[in-house]
Design a protein. Sequence first.
Length: 94
Amino acid sequence: MCIGDFLYAVMMYVLIRILLINKKAIQIMITSLLICYAIEFFQLYQSEWIIEIRKTLFGRYVLGQGFLWTDILAYTFGILTAFTIERITLRNKL
């Protein structure tokens, strides 16, 4: 499991939380997981045009290079960690 993928998932959770501020945490968690999973499964698509995009810096960081099941695991743990931290933080504020 890569720490970069873990942090990418945490970042995705925070970005979705910022964009959808009024949604419940569980909705943010599910949305973030679906986005991360979709990006990972999209890496199975190997057309010439998408390969060229993946050769760029932006393409490599946003679209990734290749599908790995360990990335799915890292995304899951990252988003669950962010979700748990949010829940604990909000519970202590109330």
